[in-house]
Write a protein that binds this ligand. Structure first.
Ligand SMILES: C[S@@+](CC[C@H](N)C(=O)[O-])C[C@H]1O[C@@H](n2cnc3c(N)ncnc32)[C@H](O)[C@@H]1O
Length: 280
């Protein structure tokens, strides 16, 4: 795993138990967001499975399927070497690398996946998972500590830039998407998996109760972070989803940033959406 020289989560290690209050987190200052994820990192995977009732895995797999890996442009090669179909994916805000692993499994050996995240404590949980992947079946995964707003990769480096449940947390959504688009080749895809709000009225009522009342309580209890209602990390999740653009708004934004063929695919009645745009 390589570390970006400009970022160093280790400096926050002594101060990670108590995440900032929800209203401060919603301002999306990078240091606060990083501190919050550092504080919940040890229970992040467990809570993902539990609170999504296992759906999170299926959503990531669906995002991979919808990425259209077989239609991607060929990769750049050194001059004089014929281009190949070797697929290179960048998964930003990769956290504990679950989406990177899902891509790696789909691509298989020969391709490459880079997972980047600015929170060392989240990334540090990934190598244990990567150890279990056989190089015979999986594309090689490299982990890099980096800010999604300043990706340390040249233009046209990948065919896919993906993000799962991460772009909502970056302080500058436009810039985050621009950076993803910058590093992919023409014809490549930006793939965004993010929470949404269900459209069916009845389901929405039940879901809102779960999402706003049950989930933060269970999350905070298990993550054991925070000392008051305002300082509990899992209260930030529904609050940040509520502030995030809806599917139409996000599509418009992606189009305004130059992506084409932008489509949204609702998952589980709209609890999550995959948004995909192509770099012309
Ligand atoms: C909800 S987790 C999602 C992790 C993973 N993608 C998944 O599907 O489980 C959000 C991740 O985004 C990362 N993150 C938030 N803002 C970031 C930024 N500006 N640059 C890099 N990583 C960021 C956090 O550190 C955290 O690991």
């Amino acid at each position: 795993m390589s570390r970006s020289s400009t970022l160093d989560c280790a400096t926050h290690m002594n101060n990670i138990k108590e995440p900032p209050p929800t209203d401060k987190l919603l301002k999306k200052d990078g240091r606060d967001i990083r501190r919050m994820f550092a504080s919940i990192a040890p229970t992040y995977d467990l809570l993902n499975r539990l609170l999504s009732m296992g759906f999170d895995r299926r959503w990531r797999q669906r995002a991979v399927e919808l990425s259209g890996l077989s239609e991607l442009p060929e990769t750049g090669q050194p001059q004089g070497v014929a281009p190949t179909k070797c697929v290179r994916v960048l998964d930003v805000c990769t956290g504990t690398a679950d989406l990177a692993i899902a891509y790696s499994q789909k691509i298989g050996p020969g391709g490459a996946v880079v997972g980047s995240d600015f929170c060392w404590e989240m990334l540090a949980l990934a190598p244990e998972k990567l150890k279990t992947l056989s190089p015979k079946d999986y594309a090689h995964i490299t982990l890099v500590q980096a800010d999604a707003l300043h990706l340390p990769f040249p233009v046209n480096s990948f065919q896919v830039a993906s993000v799962a449940f991460g772009i909502r947390n970056v302080s500058d959504l436009e810039r985050g998407i621009r950076e993803m688009a910058r590093v992919i080749r023409p014809g490549g895809r930006v793939v965004i998996l993010e929470f949404g709000l269900p459209e069916s009225r009845i389901f929405k009522m039940a879901y809102n109760f779960y999402f706003n009342s049950v989930l933060p309580r269970v999350g905070n209890l298990i993550a054991a972070v925070g000392s008051s209602e305002r300082t509990r990390a899992y209260a930030y999740l529904p609050a940040s989803v509520g502030e995030f653009p809806d599917a139409r708004g996000l599509r418009r934004l992606m189009e305004s940033l130059g992506l084409t063929d932008v489509k949204s695919y609702p998952l589980s009645m709209g609890i999550a959406n995959v948004h995909i745009g192509k770099k012309p």
